[in-house]
Structures are given as C-alpha cells and as structure tokens.
Design a protein around this ligand. Structure first.
Ligand SMILES: [Zn+2]
Length: 287
C-alpha cells in the first residue's frame, strides 16, 4: 500500500505541465527534445530512487543506500526506453532487456541485496529470474496475464500475428487488418499494450510512419509494465500466491502479473489520458 502511495505521489510531481500540451502521439510539442529527455531520465531516477529507498528503509535497511542504487537503476531504465524507441530491428527487445537490468538494480536496492545479485530478464511472455547468489537457484516463470493475452491474440479472428514485429519487440505483436482496436483508450486506438503483448491497428490510410510510431509508443508502455511489475507488484503477488493452496508450486512456475490493474487504479488519479505520466513518457520518447 505504501508503495502504491509512493507511485501516486511521484506521479503527481512529474513535470506533466512543463511538457506542454500534447496531441495524439505527440506530434506538435514545442518543448526542446533535450529538456524532455532530461525530465524523463530524472523522473525515472527519482521514482526508482524513492521506491528503493523507502522499501529498503521499511525493511530495516538504509534509505540512502536504497535511494542511491535505485536512482542508478532508474537511469539504466531510461537508457533501455531510449533504445526501445529507436527504429532498428530488435530495438524493442534490446531496450527491454537493458531496462530490465535497470529494473533489477532497483529491485535489488529495495531488497537490500547486492546490485547485480539477481537479474530478472523478461523473455516474451516468460521471465528468467537469474539468481547469481550461490545459495539461490534461478527460475523461469510464465507470466499468466501475458500468456492469456497471447492466447486471446491467437484465437481472435480479427487479429494476425506479426512475426517480424514480434521478434523486433521481444513480445508477441498482433495486428488488425484495416480495423480499429476497440479499447477504453479514447485517444489512440491505433495501438494498445498489455503486459507482455502488443496489439496494433493496421489501418493503411494512416500510413506506415504512423504505424511505426504507434509501435514504438507501445514498446515504451511494455517497458513501463515490466518496471511496475518487478518494483511494485511482484513482491506482493508472490506473497499473496503463497497463501493459496498449491500457491508455492504455482509460484515456482507462474507470475501473476497485476501491473495493468495497478496502472488502471492510478489512471483514476489522472482524469485526462494525455496527462498521465506514463503516457507523456511514451509520447516524448517516440516523437
Ligand atoms: Zn499510450
């Protein structure tokens, strides 16, 4: 609960207004590009630093140690997002893994363990928990929510799997053929990211450049889900699951990923879609 509160507080202090008014997918923003990037890097460092600092302190550790290492992890996450927003083949996958190293640093700082003791790498709809400590073992877990969305993408007749984009993004990518995806997101139905899966509306008259930018935008959202999951959701999901019958066995193989639920809850704080910090970040990273 405290962590949710922290996320809300940080969300509120993000320089949303300093970014200026953004329209659909950020095509007419006057703020200098470097200023936006400094803001985004700082926000990632601050959010990660405060999260790790408070979490470590609550566990009897040091706020200062958590904050310092958490902030470092936040800068690495920013670097990953920067890579994921590039247009080369595999940018999404590479950026996702770089950001995941940053997120792992934040989580390790929260847990008060060595900076690189445990690296959690998302691989498609699975996650490798690479534990480098001698007494711990590494795990490969399936993300139940991502897996569910992937199955939906496969069985929904209006969607087709895009192999090239999926390899490039490192997550399954499904596209419509000339139709709009019906989402709750009124501002850009051109695409939607769920944890572990991307859906795109392939509407030819919009042009390829628009589709490319939408794809990059959703890749940033993907990294945000990874970041939220590992730093805010995973510790609680783990604990909750262990209370259920067979929970320990399930927990060995499966992640219950509630990051989208957390994002939906936070969405209530920001009435206007375009004012949401994660939306601003995705827009600015891909403009
Ligand atoms: Zn968006």
């Amino acid at each position: 609960m405290i962590r949710v509160a922290v996320a809300i507080v940080i969300g509120l202090i993000l320089p949303a207004r300093a970014f200026g008014q953004a329209d659909t997918l950020g095509t007419s923003i006057a703020t200098p590009r470097w200023a936006a990037h400094v803001s985004i890097a700082s926000a990632n460092a601050l959010l990660s630093g405060v999260t790790a600092g408070l979490t470590q302190e609550l566990r009897g550790g040091s706020f200062r140690d958590g904050f310092t290492r958490g902030a470092l992890g936040g800068v690495v996450i920013y670097g990953g997002k920067r890579i994921a927003s590039e247009s080369f083949a595999g940018a999404g996958f590479l950026g996702r893994e770089v950001a995941a190293v940053g997120t792992s640093i934040v989580r390790n700082a929260s847990d008060g363990i060595g900076t690189f003791d445990r690296i959690v790498l998302p691989l498609g709809v699975t996650r490798l928990y690479w534990d480098r400590r001698p007494t711990h073992r590494s795990l490969l877990k399936v993300d139940a929510v991502a897996f569910g969305w992937m199955i939906y993408g496969i069985i929904e007749p209006e969607l087709t799997f895009n192999t090239e984009r999926s390899f490039s993004a490192g997550v399954p990518v499904f596209q419509t053929n000339g139709k709009l995806i019906d989402t709750r997101n009124e501002e850009h139905p051109a695409g939607v990211a769920q944890p572990g899966v991307i859906f795109l509306s392939d509407v030819k008259p919009w042009g390829d450049a628009f589709l490319q930018r939408t794809f990059a935008h959703e890749r940033i959202h993907m990294l945000q889900f990874d970041q939220i999951f590992l730093t805010l959701n995973e510790p609680h999901d783990d604990r909750a699951l262990k209370l259920l019958p067979y929970g320990r066995t399930i927990n060995r193989w499966v992640d219950i990923n509630l990051s989208e639920t957390l994002v939906s809850l936070l969405s209530n704080v920001f009435e206007t879609h375009g004012d949401r910090p994660w939306e601003l970040e995705a827009k600015y990273m891909t403009r």
